[in-house]
Design a binder for this molecule. Structure first.
Ligand SMILES: CC(C)(COP(=O)(O)OP(=O)(O)OC[C@H]1O[C@@H](n2cnc3c(N)ncnc32)[C@H](O)[C@@H]1OP(=O)(O)O)[C@@H](O)C(=O)NCCC(=O)NCCS
Length: 243
């Protein structure tokens, strides 16, 4: 464990250094302060919901691509090739990704991979009937929690995440799963925009009231979104097209 933490620390320092070279001193300080603020003040989590049992055609509009987006599921770490593992480790400070695998697979979580031209372009996790950490809502046996979605930087901003999420929903709906939930930090506008192009609909915002590290409560705000969505998105036209 110590070795893993050592490698993670080295990887984090390497990333900070690369950020410094790219964005300079003031940019790095701003980014560090932002990270600190997010650590100290837990953000509100926008919870989204999708009723998969009433979905007729969950595929949203998919942008044209030179090659098709192929989906794969992995339910156990030994089914990942070493090259895939290396690619996935790029995303979270190297060895930390293995810690995620060791924690999540035994709980029954499934890792979804999206490939373009054979190379992993995105990944995301789902778990059925429970969550990895305590959640804001109780889940039923056929409810699915979507979490930790990631699109590799070179593929961002091209509608890959909505297409990926829609394909997963479609696949789970065929397995007669009932409801899907996903939650996104209030500051994560790319993911909020992105989900607005899928059949997920906003349920509300859960704000954690932390009293001590171990105690506290959750305040639920179901009021309409303020600014997190663009006025007219592909999702609204998707929704108004009768799906
Ligand atoms: C959030 C994330 C999954 C979205 O994936 P995506 O495939 O880029 O999604 P979309 O193509 O729908 O783009 C969503 C928004 O990202 C922003 N975006 C556009 N180009 C971008 C780029 N080159 N780089 C980053 N963000 C970009 C835009 O605001 C876009 O909204 P728009 O299409 O309405 O303009 C991806 O940015 C990511 O992996 N982020 C880091 C991990 C993360 O935050 N995961 C979510 C945790 S639940």
């Amino acid at each position: 464990m110590i070795a893993v933490l050592d490698r993670a620390l080295a990887e984090t320092c390497g990333r900070a250094l690369r950020y410094y070279h790219r964005f300079g001193f003031s940019g790095t300080v701003r980014r560090l302060l932002l990270a600190l603020q997010r650590l100290l003040i837990p953000p509100g989590m926008v919870v989204f919901y999708c009723d998969m049992s009433s979905m007729c055609e969950p595929d949203g509009p998919e942008p044209p691509r030179a090659s098709p987006l192929l989906l794969e599921t992995v339910a156990c770490a030994k089914n990942l090739s070493s090259s895939d593992l290396l690619r996935l480790e790029e995303t979270s400070g190297g060895p930390l990704f293995r810690v995620k695998l060791e924690e999540r697979f035994p709980l029954g979580a499934v890792l979804w991979l999206a490939r373009l031209d054979g190379r992993i372009a995105a990944y995301g996790w789902t778990i059925t009937g429970r969550t990895v950490r305590p959640y804001f809502l109780p889940l039923g046996e056929a409810d699915v929690h979507f979490f930790d979605f990631y699109v590799f930087p070179e593929h961002r901003g091209r509608g890959l995440n909505p297409a990926f999420v829609c394909k997963i929903l479609k696949s789970l709906a065929a397995e007669t799963k009932r409801r899907a939930f996903i939650d996104v930090a209030e500051w994560n506008t790319p993911q909020l925009y992105s989900l607005s192009k899928t059949p997920f609909r906003r349920l509300g915002v859960a704000r954690q009231k932390r009293i001590t590290r171990r105690s506290g409560g959750v305040e639920w705000d179901a009021s309409p979104p303020r600014t997190e969505f663009k006025p007219q998105t592909a999702a609204s036209s998707y929704a108004s097209s009768g799906h």
